[in-house]
Design a protein. Structure first.
Length: 133
């Protein structure tokens, strides 16, 4: 099981479609922009994760960017970790009432705290390449 969070940027589909129709390849720029946003989330997750032994922190990674059809994305979180680390990560993120373990959210909290910073980094990256005003 993978522990991760998702941020969707609505309203860019039509913009990207217009750019593609104009013959401009935005995929590379979109991937650079997603890298910038992913780094912000990674850094915040790294700051918030419980640091008992450091194993969970070491498994917070960024995968991608990926291109699936017209969808560009990155994955940020505890990804491709062993089962023990993944279970521990889920228990830390959501808690375990049956074991009296309180939630210590580091993924959802990072997204909540940095959502606007991620959007700004993506926009600034695209702006620096001349794709947005």
């Amino acid at each position: 099981m993978t522990t991760y969070a998702k941020i969707e940027l609505k309203g860019l589909d039509e913009y990207f479609k217009t750019i593609k129709q104009a013959g401009i390849d935005i995929d590379a720029a979109a991937q650079r922009a997603l890298d910038a946003g992913g780094e912000i989330l990674h850094s915040e997750m790294d700051n918030l994760v419980p640091k008992d032994e450091g194993n969970l922190q070491a498994h917070i990674v960024i995968l991608g960017p990926f291109l699936d059809g017209n969808l560009n994305y990155v994955e940020v979180g505890v990804l491709n970790a062993d089962a023990k680390t993944t279970i521990y990560g889920n228990v830390q993120e959501y808690g375990s009432p049956s074991k009296n373990i309180k939630s210590q959210s580091y993924i959802r909290a990072a997204v909540d705290r940095k959502k606007s910073a991620v959007r700004k980094a993506i926009r600034e990256s695209l702006k620096s390449e001349g794709f947005v005003d």
